[in-house]
Design a protein around this ligand. Structure first.
Ligand code: CUA
Length: 167
């Protein structure tokens, strides 16, 4: 068979390109000193949230002088607890998970906004200062009640704040 010289050149060039592409992908994956993102997200079984120490009883907990943790659950079409009450001038870390589908936890008028994915625990720390009420909405379409899915974050004056006793 007589292969034209140009044909040979282009065949060769194509081969070289293919090898180059495979080599570059391989290098990108293992050779460049860039590790794949480690999936260290905390995971949780959305079907057994009721038995979970933190999410079985959605609540606010005090963990330091002016530090609070909120264990919140988003599910169609509510946020728990509702309202979420924290005192002014405090640092609040939210741990949020979903009991069913993907939602978001978005505090209206602020940049506090996190996607809530079933099986994962979303974490977000915010500083709250002035007392006031903030709506919480869901920004991920989650079903027919999506647009009605809302909660409330209440920042209370220091002297009015009292942790709910859930004994
Ligand atoms: Cu929950 Cu949209």
């Amino acid at each position: 068979m007589n292969v034209h010289t140009y044909e040979k050149v282009w065949l060769g060039a194509a081969m070289v390109l293919i090898v180059f592409f495979i080599a570059s992908v391989t290098y990108g994956a293992i050779g460049a000193g860039v590790a794949m993102v480690d999936d260290s997200e905390e995971t949780i079984d959305p079907d057994t949230l009721g038995e979970d120490d933190r999410f079985g009883d959605p609540r606010v907990e005090q963990v330091g002088d002016d530090e609070y943790e909120v264990y919140a659950v988003a599910r169609t079409f509510v946020f728990q607890p509702d309202p979420i009450e924290v005192p002014e001038d405090s640092t609040v870390t939210f741990y949020i998970t979903s009991g069913d589908v993907i939602h978001s936890f978005s505090v209206v008028g602020t940049n506090a906004n996190v996607m809530v994915i079933p099986g994962e625990v979303a974490t977000m720390t915010v500083e709250v200062d002035e007392p006031g009420e903030y709506g919480i909405v869901c920004n991920e379409y989650c079903g027919p009640g999506h647009h009605d899915m809302e909660g409330l974050l209440v920042v209370q004056p220091e002297d009015e704040f009292e942790l709910e006793d859930d004994e």
